[in-house]
Structures are given as structure tokens and as C-alpha cells.
Design a binder for this molecule. Structure first.
Ligand code: C2E
Ligand code: CA
Ligand code: CA
Ligand code: CA
Length: 277
């Protein structure tokens, strides 16, 4: 038993050291990633559950580092947040998304709707609303084409500070979505206070929606609440036709997931958009 305890200690401490060194290695390489052109946005289609029609897309960061290979957002975003690199990266994500919207409009006459993830640190940095306003203005994109995805922890961190900021963003005309709903501590009562246009039900509640009565009940109460409060619902992480079918029965209007499409490189995403028109 003693030996086992020591082994376990060694395991944890070396794991900690490994993670700390990975953190600094990612940070060092991430500093140069933007200029090196290593960051890309992939776009995952969002569809209407009634007819499969494409209604927009979520922009998702992808990083292929020359030295580290592919680094997933789950490894990169925490480092970007703690180092402050999320600020230039977040601006790059907004500007790149708006640039795509603009280029697609110039080529086809149609406006895309792109949803962009915003991190807590970005949201809480003074001047965020102004940054969004400037990027929209410079790219000449109608604000309604841009949706900002915010998590509940971001809103709950400091509710008194968050609500006026959300209202300023709304006043700009951008759409606001509450991401990962159900995973945090937000109750329906809180939703009432946030001026959001869309709520994204987290994949954790979608996976078993066709066989879990409690998950279906949560989704059902969300549908009733959404129609009273006039926000739209998007289900995340739909992988199977049975989940799609159940969500549609329950009354979800929109969905996103591997069943419809994975996050795609820009050219593939645009080809899909054109095929649907
Ligand atoms: P998220 O915002 O909840 O994004 C959804 C994640 O689920 C994405 O992972 C997406 O690729 C994945 N996904 C989509 N459909 C399915 C499905 O059917 N099944 C499964 N298993 N997964 C699916 P990804 O791209 O690895 O991103 C992970 C997280 O990293 C995101 O979660 C978001 O929190 C963060 N992130 C990604 N891009 C950005 C960004 O540009 N800025 C910020 N601040 N965060 C980002
Ligand atoms: Ca998201
Ligand atoms: Ca999500
Ligand atoms: Ca998430």
C-alpha cells in the first residue's frame, strides 16, 4: 500500500510538471502563431431541424503549429486566456469572420450569419464593445450577421457588470447566444435577465435526449421558456438521426453537429453553402 501511495504521488507530480511545461511551450509558440499564419478558422454549419437548411455557422479556431503540430482549442484557449494572448487572437477571429461574411457577400450577394466564441477575458477587457464596433465598421458587415457566443460562467462571473455590457452589444445590433447551456449553474430564472437571442443546449443534454426522460424534460421546459421569452434554441453536438428526430419533436428549431457537418475549412464550407443555394 505504501509503495502504491508513492507511485501515485510520483504520477501526480510528474503529470503536473509535464502539464506546466506544455503550458509554457504552447504559450511560446502561440505568441508567433498569428504572424506565422498558423491560425485558421473552421466553420461548422448550423441547420434548421425542420428541413436541414443551412442557417449559419460557428467559427472554430484551428492551430497547426510548425513545431507542435495540431493543437486543439481545449489545450490552446486556456493558455491564450491566462497569457492574455486571447485578446489579439480574439480580435483576429472576429476580423477573419467578418472578412469572410464580406467576401461571400461580394461574390454572391448573400449575407452569411457567423457565430464567434468570446472568452471571459476578452469580454471583460475594457473596450471590447468598441473593438467589435470597429471591426464591423471596417469590414462593412451588418451587425446582425455577427453572433457572439458567450458562456454562462462569463455572464455569472459578475452579473452586475455583464448585463450593461450585453445591452451595449445588443444596441450595436449583433446577436448574442448563450453557449453550453445546462453545464453551468444558470437556471431558467437567470435567462430572464440576460438579453440573449439564442440559447445553445450543451451536447451533454443532447447525447441521450432520445432515451433520457430527464434530459428530454429539461429540453422541453427550455422550449416553453424560449417561446415565452422569445429567444431561439440551438441544440449542439447532434450526431445521430434519433437525436435529431427527438429534438425536432420537442420543438427545437436549430441544430449543429457531426450528423449535419463537421467544422470545415473555409473553402469546403463555402462549397457547401453554394450547393445549398
Ligand atoms: P464550443 O464553443 O462548445 O464548440 C463546440 C465544440 O464541439 C467544438 O469543438 C466542435 O468541433 C465540437 N462539436 C461540434 N459538433 C460535434 C458533435 O456532433 N460531436 C462532438 N463530439 N463534438 C462536436 P472544438 O472546435 O474542439 O472547440 C472546443 C471549444 O474551444 C469550444 O467549445 C470553445 O469553447 C473553444 N473555442 C473554439 N474556438 C474558439 C475561439 O475562436 N475563441 C474562443 N474564445 N474559444 C474557442
Ligand atoms: Ca460555441
Ligand atoms: Ca458549446
Ligand atoms: Ca464548450
Amino acid at each position: 500500500a505504501k509503495l502504491q501511495g508513492r507511485d501515485r504521488f510520483c504520477f501526480f507530480s510528474s503529470d503536473f510538471a509535464r502539464r506546466a511545461s506544455e503550458h509554457f511551450s504552447i504559450e511560446r509558440h502561440l505568441r508567433r502563431a498569428i504572424e506565422a499564419g498558423e491560425l485558421q478558422l473552421y466553420y461548422q454549419p448550423q441547420v434548421s431541424l425542420a428541413d436541414g437548411r443551412l442557417v449559419g455557422a460557428e467559427a472554430l479556431l484551428r492551430w497547426q503549429s510548425a513545431e507542435l503540430g495540431w493543437v486543439t482549442p481545449d489545450r490552446m484557449i486556456p493558455v491564450a486566456e491566462s497569457s492574455g494572448l486571447i485578446l489579439p487572437i480574439g480580435q483576429w477571429v472576429l476580423a477573419t469572420s467578418c472578412d469572410l461574411i464580406r467576401r461571400h457577400q461580394a461574390a454572391t450577394g448573400d449575407w452569411l450569419r457567423i457565430a464567434v466564441n468570446v472568452s471571459v477575458r476578452q469580454f471583460q477587457t475594457a473596450g471590447f464593445v468598441e473593438t467589435v464596433r470597429q471591426i464591423l465598421q471596417q469590414s462593412e458587415v451588418p451587425p446582425a450577421c455577427l453572433e457572439l457566443e458567450l458562456t454562462e460562467s462569463l455572464m455569472m462571473n459578475d452579473v452586475a457588470q455583464a448585463i450593461p455590457l450585453l445591452e451595449e452589444l445588443h444596441a450595436l445590433g449583433v446577436a448574442l447566444a448563450l453557449d453550453d447551456f445546462g453545464t453551468g449553474y444558470t437556471s431558467l430564472a437567470y435567462l430572464k435577465r440576460f438579453p440573449v437571442d439564442r440559447v445553445k443546449l450543451d451536447r451533454a443534454f443532447v447525447t441521450d435526449i432520445h432515451r433520457s426522460r430527464s434530459d428530454a424534460a429539461l429540453a422541453q421546459s427550455l422550449v416553453a421558456f424560449a417561446s415565452a421569452m422569445e429567444f431561439e434554441l440551438v441544440a449542439e453536438g447532434i450526431e445521430e438521426a434519433v437525436q435529431h428526430e427527438r429534438l425536432r419533436q420537442i420543438g427545437f428549431a436549430y441544430g449543429q453537429g457531426y450528423l449535419f457537418a463537421k467544422p470545415l475549412p473555409e473553402a469546403e464550407f463555402l462549397a457547401l453553402v453554394r450547393a445549398g443555394q
